[in-house]
Design a protein around this ligand. Sequence first.
Ligand code: ZN
Length: 305
Amino acid sequence: MLALNEGMHYIRCSRYEYLVKRGSISNYSFSIKDEEKTGILDAMFEIINYPIELKDLEEQLASLSVAPNSDQMKSLIHQLLEIEVLYEISKKTKQDTSLCVIVDDHDQSQIVTSTLKNEQYYVTYYSIDNKSSSSLPYIDLENEKDTKEVLKNFDYILLFKRNFSPNTFHKFNKLCLDLNSKLIISYLDGNEGIIIPLVNCDQVGCYNDFEIMRESSFYNLLDYQVMKEQLLLDENGEIYVNPIHFTILVNQTCLLLEQFISYTNMNYFAYSFDFERMVNTKSRLLKFPKCPSCQGDKNLVHAFI
Ligand SMILES: [Zn+2]
């Protein structure tokens, strides 16, 4: 089924020319011309009712007296799909999507549950903190077999952490690679929110590749290593988390998830929200050829060896 993107303005300049624009400064700004003056744009933007099957769309366009020949019509539909004016409605809807949400048992769990409450996903929550008094079911990461039994039934596994937790991330990375499951890691690292969507690991690698790439960009590596050693000893230590930062992180994660479910399940970037400097950046996820976590050779212990 094809639908017309309702988030855009379709401005009629003439019967044979439309300006498509998402917003004042948006990159999505196209002038579409019907060079042959067939009236096909007029039909597509003003006459056809969406959503519509591709076959029906072609038939309806062909039935118009001024319709162009079949090749022109197919090429135009293809172009409109490429620039996201038309899009394929995913067969999978929110109601069909099952989410496994792992969340710390602190105030953050309330933020996650209240954000996801309004969405229509099929959500199951778990905790990995055995010291918590949470009513959430507990997953024991040390028990790999049972954990895999739990995780294997979900379309997406969302891991929210209030702190940089390399141990937990590596454990989930391994479990999800073994199960071939889609994993989205979202965490706060001080005043920075980070989202790592690992939904196509065969193309972009795994969490281990991301961690190597991120560490390679640090100029204060020694300080970082000292902090990381400390966190490896106690990942669940108490730390103040700004609820606004965490709320933004959860909302951004939901936005990305919606994109993956509605449009594409490909992702090539990790996202960073620096709340100190108010800068948002995205980094290309890179797959290292010798990553010991997601590549074949398990005898290697480091990607650069
Ligand atoms: Zn890897």
